[in-house]
Design a protein around this ligand. Sequence first.
Ligand code: SAJ
Length: 427
Amino acid sequence: MEFHSLCVLGLGYIGLPTASTFATHGLRVVGVDVNQRVVDVLRNGEIHIQEPGLRTLVQAAFRSGHLRILDAPEPSEAFILAVPTPITAQQTADLTYVRAAASSIVPHLRRGCLVVLESTSPPRTTVDVLAPILEESGLRAGEDFYLAYTPERVLPGQILRELIDNARVIGGINRASAEAGRDLYAVFVKGEILLTDATTAEFVKLMENTYRDTNIALANEFARLSERLGIDVWEAIDLANRHPRVSVLRPGPGVGGHCISVDPWFLVEAAPEASPLIRQARMVNDGQPAWWVDRMQQALGGLQGKTIAALGLAYKQDVDDLRESPAIEVVRQLVARGARVRTYEPMARGAKVEGAEAAETLEEALAGAEAFVLLVDHRELRSMDAAAVARSMKGRLAFDARGALSRRAWKAAGFRLHVLGAGEANA
Ligand code: SAJ
């Protein structure tokens, strides 16, 4: 099949790059967002999210004359749903946006159309939730129109390259739907395109992020054990990873972002009795900020009234994304336990955590502090000059929650350095 027109619903981290890439590859694309601010920003030639190369790509899409931005869908040969699937307080998937986006295209569905869901969703969402809504059009899914699920797999910071180069799994509610999906994405995907059924494709996406979450939980538990046993977890991981079939991930202050800390719950929701390990891994990672604050409290002899500089708030290194960030959770808990915290986030300078003071510069964050804690291993923070930091601070106590600082350099500058998981070295 050949597609000439496409409507992308949801212009966030996935929808906007996807819509723009299709447009620069010759399809007539309508990008739709229900948020008027997003529509206004994009129509003014600006972008509302940060991602390397995205501004240039969106501008190229507009210049090609193939991308238009609207606040409601239009008739089109293909529709891609790339809307958020947040998590509720009960750790279940909130499908409100998927349902609303599906309903909005019902009046525009025609015989022979293709509808693709990209939002990370619990298994069977395409078949049990999406198909019935779309069939309100009077057309039958799989017979009158094609319906497929394809997970996005891009890494924030490298979205534009990975969108094109990564292998892509496309699951159809029948074979013809999977093949229609392949014909659409083959327009720009250079990686392998692998066809399956819709529910398997949904499951694969959840498996990938659960695999990662569970492995990070294991690394975090190794760190806790190491501190108990007086072992340096970083040395131990280096040694274990010399085994040809072992690859332990890095412990840290917890797991954040809008994917890995959320997606495993969609599997737990699907069958709680069949997923005790996945649930437990989530609990370990969610408990990691509190565990680390306990360690800091011990080393500082209490937190009440202590002045602490918290360096980094993003959920991981070299991104400005603060969603579900364990660094923010650490700051909240330090504040709740009576510490006076000044934060500094080089990637998002205005970022503020309630109860803490936000510094504009590293020097301002450190000024007069008794201790600092490195919460995110941003490039700028990894390369801090220990002697200069020592001059700004009152105390000489450093906490490294990422295993990112040079122990030799910081000790030489007179610091007592506490590295997460480094039992022996901290003694
Ligand atoms: N983290 C650790 N230790 C590690 C690795 C990561 O503590 O060894 C932490 C990070 O600091 C961060 C969190 O885990 O807080 C997640 O970071 P990440 O880099 O592993 O993943 P994301 O959330 O930025 O992107 C992931 C990717 N999934 C996988 O690598 C399996 C990406 O491919 C997905 O497309 C994306 O989630 C998504 O949208 O689902």
